[in-house]
Design a protein around this ligand. Sequence first.
Ligand code: SF4
Length: 384
Amino acid sequence: MELYIHIPFCVRKCKYCDFLSMTADEETRERYVKALMGEIAYYGRHMEKKDRILETVYFGGGTPTVIGARNLIHILDCIKKCFQVKDGCEITVELNPATIDGEGLKELHKGGVNRLSIGLQSAHNEELRLLGRIHSYEDFLEVFGKAREAGFDNINVDLISALPGQSVGDYQDSLQKVMRLKPEHISAYSLILEEGTPFYNTYVNHPELLPDEETDREMYHLTKKVLKEAGYERYEISNYAKPGFESKHNSGYWKRVPYLGTGLGASSFMEGKRFKNGTNLKEYLQNWEKEDGNIVHEDRFDEFYALSRQDEMAEYMYLGLRMSRGVSIKGFFKCFGKGLFDIYGRELIKLEKEGLLLVDEEGDRVYLTDFGMDVSNYVFERFL
Ligand code: SF4
């Protein structure tokens, strides 16, 4: 099983961001840490021992490092008490470069964190300012160096392309600056205008201020080419890793490994059910910070639904095909007791004819071609 811990706090809201994140004073942050440990302990008490074995732990946000390294390790220690953390468990912390120093990084490493995911987004300070990021490229360089000094040998860097006013040359420069540091993993996404964000309000009516579709595609193809030449393998549509450094946690989502999400608004997938914690911070705190561990708000989920067989099969396809290795034909039969081609034969043959999909020579896996990956949304719609 995988465990996700959501820390919903940030120093300031970035202008493009629609994640569940907010600013909060220190007292609220401390209360949240206590509540989170209450929720973790609750699952530790109520889940069967065989289900409490963790392959990965992921602190995401928000900005997890806003609560401080000490608190993150405190939560990790609580997890170790309530769950069985397997040997070799991947333990990731997302961080914003302006929210941690060398001492904090040493504390995280010493406390058992073995992977970092650093939100850089761009190596150009004027682009970072435009995005509303609180850090500079120099802050990132310092944190990256300190992370290496602290002993981290598995680091992801996030980048965003197609930023307002960005040229292909600007983006290429960011990409190359990051590559020179040789992180083990790079996540590269195109900017998406999310409704309700300042970016959406500014740019939805002024698309001429954003790179056009052709430039966006050029940046996308450049990412693939440059990273491939530098020895990164594209193992998912937007994720690239040096051999052996694919994110186990994120791969688990695409392979439909069960996961428990704890913290405000966190999503879970267990025993064929998907559920999502509520997003009201006051209620979350009331629910979980009580010493006796009794839940105040029984209706603490915003969503709770069991997937139908058909939903599960569709998920198996559109999540699995995100990965370059695609989906296993035998795995499908093992999961559903039905042949993949018996269920999706018509769609698969059509996609194969269109040059979007292939079956490997052993006849065990179905995966997207490079072109299929480029138009993945079109492919996924076939399974919905
Ligand atoms: S740091 Fe991340 S989570 Fe926080 S506001 Fe910025 S993009 Fe959103």
